[in-house]
Design a protein around this ligand. Structure first.
Ligand SMILES: CC(C)(COP(=O)(O)OP(=O)(O)OC[C@H]1O[C@@H](n2cnc3c(N)ncnc32)[C@H](O)[C@@H]1OP(=O)(O)O)[C@@H](O)C(=O)NCCC(=O)NCCS
Length: 180
């Protein structure tokens, strides 16, 4: 396993968004994400998480760095309030590749936070030695995510048929990538 660099002391930023590790006071925001119909299907956050489940999820996100899985952090607004999450998954760092994911709180959508957060995450990714490619997997119907990927400079590479099991069915995924 390739050792991961530490999270930067100066938070990655783009526009109104900064990225930082989760804190205990993000609990209500994490619970709002858990109430979204789609977010729990594409990650490890339990649907309708209670306080204990949301706190355990936050702990698991901190642990991702220590286990070499990558970074999962909060995206925050100018008041340092959590508006969403971004993740950089680095299991394939040895081959120079990463994948990224993102979600914005239902109440904070439509303000450009996702594109800014993904832009900040991607700029941070290029500070990691040896990383040359960040990929995204987006369901074809997910227009907001497609727009987010394109706004952050990702290019569409093709359709991966029946690629990812989501909600018990194999879903097609559009592959987007950014290359250093
Ligand atoms: C995808 C997601 C992160 C976008 O977050 P956001 O902060 O609302 O995104 P932005 O405000 O940056 O908007 C991105 C673009 O999508 C458009 N958009 C937003 N919601 C939309 C919708 N429901 N349908 C169509 N377009 C939409 C916006 O107008 C914007 O386009 P523009 O830049 O051309 O104006 C958010 O919808 C989300 O968390 N969805 C659930 C989790 C998810 O799908 N994650 C991605 C998995 S690949």
């Amino acid at each position: 396993m390739t050792p991961l660099p530490p999270w930067p002391t100066e938070p990655p930023r783009c526009g109104p968004v900064a990225l930082r590790p989760f804190r205990d006071d993000d609990l209500a925001a994490v619970r709002e994400l858990a109430a979204d119909l789609y977010v729990p299907l594409i990650g490890s956050l339990p649907a309708h998480a209670d306080d204990a489940q949301a706190r355990a999820w936050i702990t698991r996100q901190h642990d991702r760095w220590t286990t070499g899985a990558g970074f999962s952090v909060a995206a925050t607004d100018l008041d340092d309030r959590m508006v969403g999450t971004v993740g950089l998954h680095l299991r394939d760092l040895g081959e120079g590749r990463a994948t990224a994911g993102y979600a914005v709180l239902p109440s904070r959508r439509g303000h450009g936070y996702a594109a800014a957060a993904l832009t900040a995450l991607t700029a941070f990714a290029w500070t990691i030695a040896g990383l040359h490619r960040v990929a995204l997997h987006v369901e074809p119907w997910n227009t907001a995510s497609v727009r987010t990927a394109e706004a952050a400079g990702y290019s569409r590479e093709g359709l991966l048929r029946s690629h990812t099991e989501i909600g018990g069915t194999g879903r097609d995924m559009v592959l987007y990538a950014a290359v250093r």
